[in-house]
Design a protein around this ligand. Sequence first.
Ligand SMILES: C[S@@+](CC[C@H](N)C(=O)[O-])C[C@H]1O[C@@H](n2cnc3c(N)ncnc32)[C@H](O)[C@@H]1O
Ligand code: SF4
Length: 370
Amino acid sequence: MSGIYIHVPFCRKKCSYCDFHFSTSFSSYRSQMIAAISDELKERLIELSDTEPQTIYFGGGTPSILEKEELKALIQPIFDKYPQEQFLEITLEANPEDITKESLVNWKELGINRLSIGIQSFKESDLIWMNRAHTLEESRKCVDLAKKAGFSSISLDLIYGLPELTLNEWRQHIDEIISLDISHISAYCLTVEKGTLLEKKVRNKIIQIPNEDFIIEQYKLLVSKLDNVDIEQYEISNFAKKGCQSIHNSNYWSGQKFIGVGPSAHSFDGKTRRWNIANNAIYLKRSAWYEEEYLTDNERWNEYILTRLRTTKGINTEELKNLFEIDNQFLLTKEECIKQNWLIEENNCIRLTQEGQLRADYIASEFVKL
Ligand SMILES: C[S@@+](CC[C@H](N)C(=O)[O-])C[C@H]1O[C@@H](n2cnc3c(N)ncnc32)[C@H](O)[C@@H]1O
Ligand code: SF4
């Protein structure tokens, strides 16, 4: 099992909260970039020769900006090497403004069978301060269009902890997402990322972020309301109907091999980590355009703990013992976290309780080996 991630570094607008890698002024080198990513893919598929890739994930940036022929240039090298039927899941991150009857037909024809749509909020004024390129009406329409075009695997992205979002509004957002009857939801807590317009506005007190207790209340409401309608949490930010968990992301969290192509994309093969440079011009020149690092034992341990801890399956302690030497520090940290009701240990697994999920980054940092 393995996966292929393709990063498309273009966006129509710069969302005020986002620090992912993208450019909004790419028309002069658009075709060059597609050719370069396609070339990287052709060169690097060999790295997967000891595995059977099962998933393709177009992320970004905004891959739904691309024309059919551009997407084809990125997917065809994969189908030239592997039969299309081998791929259980081919996801495209799609922004609501790009979802039309025509684009949906094109995506289907290319073999895309899963859409991850960035809704973010069901409040028009949020979409404005976020500088999103779509209206609320487009967000509402696109899910229906996608279903009518035959997409049964649809995931929607939402953000909570938004400034001025009341608990009642958040409840309505959750109800609206439930009423859309889709199979998967990713809900992220708003993070104020360095260098974003949001950060500047928070610093200058133009925008105020809600306090932690209120954010926790929103998170708990989300988990319980989704649970009531059998949309199960399987990772801190990810929820799915039975059998509809993202295969690509689940493989990533269980440490499977993947290659990532395109500027800023990461790759991992169990032993080595690679980062492509998050700079379009340098990526195109192909000189000093990636870094690679052979993981030390401590880094392998950290990678293992960090990816698994966020999932509801948690860490399998038998597997952990087989792969690593368990030291006293780990046992002490584990016992302390269990005492605090942050971790639970059962059936050879340790996993976060809901209280633990609210402090996942802190708990993970306690297990990290430097
Ligand atoms: C890299 S974005 C790409 C998706 C697509 N371009 C879009 O905007 O819908 C993936 C998701 O990360 C989430 N995200 C990005 N920045 C975030 C932030 N600062 N805080 C919380 N969630 C964020 C958004 O929900 C977004 O849909
Ligand atoms: S949230 Fe999506 S559309 Fe907005 S800037 Fe980030 S990647 Fe681009």
